[in-house]
Design a protein around this ligand. Structure first.
Ligand code: FE2
Length: 151
């Protein structure tokens, strides 16, 4: 399975492996149709895509867990900041599915921590699994789950 809307590459969401078709194109690109009708949160989502793109580029270049660790830490810190803002936005809007959404955020954080620990043992397979999980989750969450609170 590959994601059709990544302009510079085909990203295999099952393996985390990617074939670049053109150099210097971002793997994940934010489109206006992904908007959650909130400027601040849209900017957060763009930043999360940017961090993930850097993570992927680094992983392609090195394929070693210690090379991506600082970017994973950055992604964890930024996603935590973003989730707090997004959850506050959902509270303000009175979004009914907020508990389910918050638990998806918590699940992401826990799984990322776990996979990072395994990848930290310098297992290339675990590093790829981590990248695949992060890419898959972020894309699905931003373009499908987050759209639900905009209705
Ligand atoms: Fe969310």
């Amino acid at each position: 399975m590959s994601f059709p809307e990544t302009p510079g590459s085909s990203f295999n969401l099952l393996t985390g492996q990617c074939k670049r078709m053109e150099i210097q194109m971002p793997l994940f690109k934010w489109y206006k149709k992904y908007s959650v009708s909130n400027k601040e949160l849209d900017e957060h989502h763009k930043t999360l895509f940017d961090i993930f793109n850097r993570l992927y580029d680094n992983c392609l270049a090195h394929d070693k867990a210690h090379c991506i660790d600082p970017i994973i830490d950055e992604l964890k810190a930024y996603s935590s900041y973003h989730f707090t803002a997004e959850e506050q936005h959902m509270r303000t809007k009175g979004y009914q599915e907020i508990d389910k959404h918050i638990s998806a955020h918590r699940g992401f954080t826990q799984r990322t921590l776990h996979l990072q620990q395994v990848a930290g043992k310098d297992e290339p397979e675990a590093t790829r699994e981590l990248i695949a999980f992060l890419g898959n989750w972020l894309l699905h969450h931003v373009i499908e789950e987050d759209k639900k609170y905009t209705v």
